[in-house]
Design a binder for this molecule. Structure first.
Ligand SMILES: Cc1cc2nc3c(=O)[nH]c(=O)nc-3n(C[C@H](O)[C@H](O)[C@H](O)COP(=O)(O)OP(=O)(O)OC[C@H]3O[C@@H](n4cnc5c(N)ncnc54)[C@H](O)[C@@H]3O)c2cc1C
Length: 468
């Protein structure tokens, strides 16, 4: 067997094969998983990724692709065998082409999402993927997890934003599908195999992404109301009034808003009194600001008159809009600061969200009196982050020991409602075992056959996505 470290150093340069101070690469964002990689390798381009994959295969070493390492389910964290190589894509951060005429940009996988948003804006275009981790997650990681975020309502998931891909396969071959085509019915659309595959089928090295016209006008509001059913009514009303201009609709329970106010004291003042539920919502279009404002305000006035909402705050400046959005964006971090919670990233049909909440909350309270559910998420997509914080007085380890039981309570209701036990974060090593409970044997068998066909030696991110 070739000496991996010697050959990797010859290939990438010694400073790009790290064997010490690996904590940032070996531990996940939530601090839930930690591994002991043999090395962290930082290739500079696709050719180096391909050579590295071939070297890993020759040495019988498995590899873990890593982007911004913001996975919520330990997807990019190596195991503790000392036999895995983390392949960090962060040096593949070049923009290969931006074409306003095609409304596309072709970029390497290690580009930070926020940088791509800014780049699109510089060219008077919009790249609509937007999520709390956008300052550090990479487009390759977004594609590998088929990330969702706050604008799925209007623009779809990452899968809907990708026109072409370049992928290094498990045997080191480079599959070049970097086409900027809107139509191409020439057999199986192979790129979709790698989108959402969480690095288990290949390493994404570049992508052609869709761009949209840059919005000229934007309206943002924060509303308060009593029940999730009212949120659904508000969603229907706003979509009816604003049509395609309505781009985001994010639900937050009062408990999650209060948690943000506790850990981020600079959060904006909201309403004079408490309300059980809130949403932050956004509309945008290419027309005049005044016209958008008028349609938005008229729709919200109608919601107030009909008693759907109790109160509403309209952002009167870009700064205020950003502040209102930060309440939503800071929930994950506030929860992180607050300590252990049992996270669920579920989806049910949009119309079933209120029934789901009504059914699960009493079950949880009965099993764990005083439990603190922190519910928030992308209501317009039927996707809730249904996170459950421990009852006051229970220790963190005791609460973590309840994870499987809490999961069964929540996820069995999801399954009964024909929902998904992982809507946008993927499975990683946190939720892969739940496949066996909530996917059919036929689905799992087909996935295993695909995995075996593309990665017969099982070297690509083993232990993730598929049940062990
Ligand atoms: C505060 C916060 C908010 C978040 N909000 C959202 C949200 O609203 N919506 C949402 O969908 N997610 C959200 N996430 C989860 C996470 O940010 C996304 O899953 C993101 O897409 C991961 O990107 P990354 O570059 O950090 O990938 P990593 O965490 O590095 O990797 C994620 C997975 O992709 C694989 N991978 C990474 N790069 C590649 C590549 N180039 N080729 C092949 N496989 C690769 C890894 O092996 C791993 O399995 C949030 C996370 C945080 C911390």
């Amino acid at each position: 067997m070739p000496d991996f470290l010697t050959q990797a150093r010859a290939l990438l340069g010694p400073s790009h094969v790290l064997t010490t101070e690996l904590a940032a690469y070996a531990t996940d964002w939530r601090g839930k998983f930690s591994g002991a990689p043999l090395a962290v390798c930082r290739p500079a381009d696709t050719a180096q990724v391909a050579a590295l994959v071939k070297l890993c295969a020759a040495c019988g070493l498995s590899l873990v692709p890593q982007g911004g390492n913001t996975s919520m389910c330990g997807g990019a964290t190596p195991d503790d065998s000392g036999q895995q190589v983390v392949i960090s894509l962060s040096r593949l951060n070049r923009v290969l082409e931006i074409s306003p005429l095609n409304n596309t940009m072709t970029v390497e996988a290690g580009c930070i999402l926020q940088n791509l948003q800014h780049l699109a804006a510089e060219h008077d275009r919009l790249f609509p993927l937007s999520l709390g981790a956008e300052g550090s997650c990479q487009i390759g990681g977004n594609i590998a997890t088929n990330a969702g975020g706050v604008q799925v309502l209007r623009y779809g998931n990452t899968r809907d934003l990708v026109l072409g891909l370049e992928v290094v396969l498990a045997d080191g071959q480079v599959l070049n599908l970097l086409k900027a085509l809107r139509k191409d019915n020439t057999g199986y659309d192979l790129k979709h195999l790698f989108i959402g595959a969480e690095g288990t089928l290949g390493i994404i090295t570049a992508a052609v992404l869709k761009l949209f016209p840059a919005p000229r006008a934007k309206a943002v509001a924060f509303a308060a109301f009593q029940t999730p059913q009212q949120a659904l009514e508000l969603l229907g009303l706003m979509r009816g009034a604003m049509g395609d201009r309505f781009t985001a609709f994010e639900l937050m329970s009062d408990a999650s808003v209060k948690l943000v106010q506790q850990y981020f004291p600079a959060s904006p003042a909201l309403f004079g009194q408490s309300h059980p539920w809130h949403v932050v919502m956004q509309a945008s279009d290419g027309g005049a600001q005044a016209a958008l404002d008028q349609a938005f305000e008229t729709a919200l006035e109608s919601a107030l008159e009909r008693g759907i909402i109790d109160d509403v705050l309209l952002a009167s400046s870009e700064t205020q809009a950003r502040e209102l959005w930060m309440v939503r964006e800071n929930i994950s971090e506030a929860q992180q600061l607050d300590g252990a919670n049992i996270k669920h990233d579920i989806a049910v049909p949009v119309s079933s969200v209120p029934a789901f909440i009504d059914e699960v909350l009493p079950l949880l309270q009965a099993a764990y009196p005083g439990v603190r559910p922190m519910i928030y998420g992308h209501l317009g997509d039927g996707n809730l982050h249904f996170n459950v914080s421990r009852p006051a007085g229970m220790s963190t380890p005791d609460w973590q020991a309840e994870t499987d039981r809490v999961n069964v309570i929540v996820l069995d209701v999801v399954a009964r409602m024909q929902g998904s036990f992982s809507a946008e974060h993927g499975l990683g090593q946190l939720k892969n075992h739940e496949m066996a409970l909530y996917k059919t044997p036929l689905e799992i068998d087909l996935m295993r056959r695909l995995k075996n066909a593309l990665d017969p030696k099982g070297l690509m991110n083993p232990g993730k996505l598929l049940p062990n």
